[in-house]
Design a protein around this ligand. Sequence first.
Ligand code: GDP
Ligand code: GDP
Length: 441
Amino acid sequence: MKPVIALVGRPNVGKSTLFNRLTKSRDAIVADFAGLTRDRHYGDGRLGGREYIVIDTGGFEPDSSTGIVKEMAKQTRQAVAEADAVVFVVDVRTGLAGQDLDIGRYLRQCNKRVFVAVNKAEGMSDSPLLAEFHELGMGEPHPVSAAHGQGIRSLLEAVLDSFGPEEDEDEAAEPDDADERTIRLAVAGRPNVGKSTLINTWLGEERLVAFDMPGTTRDAISVDFERDGQKFQLIDTAGLRRKGKVFEAIEKFSVVKTLQAISDANVVLLLIDATQGVSDQDAHIAGYVLDSGRAVVVAINKWDAIDSYQRETLERQIQTRLAFLRFAPILQISALKRQGLGPLWKALADAYSSAYRKMTTPVLTRLVHEAVEHQQPKRSGVSRPKLRYAHQGGMNPPIVVIHGNALEGVSDVYKRYLEGRIRDHYKLVGTPLRIEMRSSK
Ligand code: GDP
Ligand code: GDP
């Protein structure tokens, strides 16, 4: 599981700036729906092979003077509760403020690892001004400049090292044979989209055999089951809890759990509520799934609850708002009425086998040559890109590495053209396909 790091501190110390430094997501996921405080941002990042999730608690309302403290306390508490470690951001230019001491006192009771980041310290790594932050009693302060990118790496190393040594990559090793493996499935979607209903419907099906849940770490639960001979493991995203044979969502939604489940899954089922349409939140989650490279199937739930006019409007909306997930199949289901569930299983299994499709060097190379014969890449500058051979560079998502000369000049349009041809040949559905170019000079 990716560790979760919360950025905590009073307004204007540079938390958002630091957040942007630490995350590389296209788009921070914003918890912008009822039941959760606004303005908590989630993003993920990576240092070498180590991945993590960052929560920013920025975005206070500076007007209402009593409001600030209350809102800040709430933001801070929620973020800290979700986190494995806290980066406590302070500002070297204003020095240690009374509010810093309050936050420090609070953090000390929380029993989380805390790292003090003294921000705005560009060019000040040895400054005597840093000394006063020892007063917080939270270890050696780390001077950083979020704006200028200084000290960030050593701060991150300190935080990540506290989680123990870097894990062997082996754990996420590719299965030798996709047929032999358990499909790790995450069901993602907003509160009330029907996740628990769907899962309960599944678990009530005769053709599905559920196994006892193994106790997993970090009080996440997962459910193992088998359907038509294929093993699945359902990863918890919704804070599901077992109540007899039935699952209920205890907390309606957890962004952290959703992000962790997505990175832990092979296949993500993204549920959209037909009665609500595609919200910003849905689009954010979809964007995150795309970045993760996971296989994805979109199911529009509650299809039973809308009329034919609404269905048409919705389909158009989905095509525009989720256009970037073009490769994902879109199904219509009703978890409640048990409609569309057969095709859904098939789509999930197809997405998984697409994600683990084996592509051999001779076939890929032939496909690339045929594509070039059909349509040459455009000349860029003096040289025309020369595509020589291709091999598979990974699975889930499948990666095709193309070797040749002057490949920097291959346009995105041409890459999409190649992608389309490779997709067609291997009948890849429900998985992104990444194309990488490697030029030899
Ligand atoms: P937040 O309210 O804690 O999220 O703070 P912001 O990230 O919005 O930053 C507050 C102000 O501090 C902005 O004007 C930033 O440009 C500035 N700032 C952030 N990081 C640095 C830094 O490393 N050095 C300097 N000099 N200014 C910074
Ligand atoms: P969760 O928060 O995503 O776990 O959503 P729930 O499974 O708790 O469902 C929220 C509400 O939507 C409940 O009232 C369900 O009965 C209703 N619901 C779920 N699936 C369907 C469906 O396919 N059709 C209709 N009409 N309602 C549904």
